[in-house]
Design a protein around this ligand. Structure first.
Ligand SMILES: [Cu+2]
Length: 178
C-alpha cells in the first residue's frame, strides 16, 4: 500500500476509535444489568404506572395487583400473562405459548433481553372499556447515547478522510505539493 493511503487509513482508524472512547471519559460507564422492581396496580380501566422503563439485560420484577375487579396483564413479546384478584397479593401466572394453565406466583419475573417498545394489556374481560386497558414497557439499549453518537461522528469523519481526493485538483499547478 502506498504510504499516503496507509496514513489515511491510520487517521481514519484513530478517528473511529476516538469517537468511541472519548465520550466515555466524559460520562459514567455503561450501566450493568440491574434488578428492577415495579408495583403495577390495575383498576378499571388503566394500569398505574402505565409506562415502565428498563435497560436491556435488566431483571424485571413486577408485583401486580388489582384495586377493584379481576384484571390481567399480558405482556407482548415476552410470553407473559398474569391475572390479579382484588385483595390478593399473589397472582396467577403463565407463559401463554407453553400452557393454558395458570400457576400461583408472588410476582412477574423476566429478563428484559429484547429491546424495544412492548405493550401490556388486560387479558381478563373486566368491563366495557376492557380492550382499552393498556400500558407500555420500554426496553432501552444498554449503551451510552454519547458513545453511540461519538462513534457515528468518528465514522463520518473517517469516511471524509478516506474519500478526500488524493491527487491535486486539475486547477492546481503541477508539481506543487500541498
Ligand atoms: Cu380487563
Amino acid at each position: 500500500m502506498d504510504p499516503k493511503k496507509k496514513g489515511r487509513w491510520l487517521v481514519a482508524a484513530v478517528l473511529v476509535a476516538a469517537g468511541w472512547f472519548l465520550p466515555s471519559l466524559a460520562t459514567s460507564p455503561s450501566p450493568a444489568p440491574q434488578k428492577r422492581e415495579f408495583d403495577i396496580v390495575a383498576h378499571k380501566y388503566a394500569y398505574e404506572p402505565s409506562i415502565i422503563q428498563v435497560n436491556q439485560g435488566d431483571e424485571v420484577h413486577i408485583r401486580f395487583s388489582s384495586k377493584d375487579v379481576m384484571h390481567g396483564f399480558y405482556l407482548e413479546g415476552y410470553d407473559i400473562d398474569a391475572v390479579a384478584e382484588p385483595g390478593k397479593t399473589d397472582i396467577q401466572f403463565r407463559h401463554p405459548s407453553q400452557t393454558v394453565l395458570f400457576t400461583q406466583a408472588k410476582e412477574i419475573v423476566f429478563k428484559a433481553d429484547r429491546r424495544g417498545k412492548f405493550r401490556y394489556r388486560c387479558s381478563f374481560t373486566c368491563g366495557y372499556m376492557h380492550p382499552f386497558m393498556l400500558g407500555v414497557l420500554l426496553v432501552q439499549p444498554n449503551f451510552l447515547f454519547g458513545q453511540a453518537m461519538g462513534l457515528m461522528i468518528g465514522i463520518f469523519l473517517a469516511g471524509f478522510v478516506l474519500a478526500w481526493p488524493s491527487k491535486p485538483l486539475p486547477a492546481k499547478a503541477e508539481g506543487v505539493v500541498v
